[in-house]
Design a protein around this ligand. Structure first.
Ligand SMILES: [Zn+2]
Length: 144
């Protein structure tokens, strides 16, 4: 996917927002990953994961809730960055499913799997990250 220079700059800004939160706000084992999303109105919303063995939410899900609390219901781009300089972290399977269901047109910034440090970032559509998607609504039995 090619991005315009302006789009690339916006994506870079989003990565830096997540990286800043990861560097300054992730403390200890409870908060280890930060995420940032850009809303349709340009607003950037950030959040960190709330790790817990019962299934505490990933940073992406925290961002979705935090954004809604601010009235930002249309998120366009998401990125997650690990603490301790781990760089961009791709979303887990659960987050991919949630993001696809909430924001089918969302772009997610991921690495290309290259060597750490020289990895190139790219933005991909969420549907591309979840092929052969399970669509919940398609599998609900009718009441009749
Ligand atoms: Zn996740």
């Amino acid at each position: 996917m090619t991005m315009s220079a302006q789009g690339q700059q916006l994506d870079q800004e989003l990565v830096e927002a997540a990286a800043h939160v990861a560097r300054t706000r992730c403390r200890g084992d409870n908060h280890t990953i930060a995420a940032a999303a850009r809303a349709r109105d340009g607003r950037i919303v950030t959040g960190v994961n709330a790790y817990h063995f019962t299934g505490g939410p990933c940073a992406e899900l925290v961002v979705i809730g935090a954004a809604a609390a601010q009235g930002a219901y249309e998120l366009e781009t998401m990125v997650a960055v690990g603490d301790r300089e781990r760089g961009v972290v791709p979303p887990c399977g659960r987050c991919r499913q949630v993001m696809l269901d909430y924001f089918p047109g969302m772009r997610v910034i991921v690495g290309d799997g290259g060597t750490k440090g020289s990895e190139r970032l790219r933005a991909v559509g969420i549907a591309e990250l979840l092929p052969s998607t399970y669509v919940w609504a398609d599998h609900q039995l009718s009441e009749e």
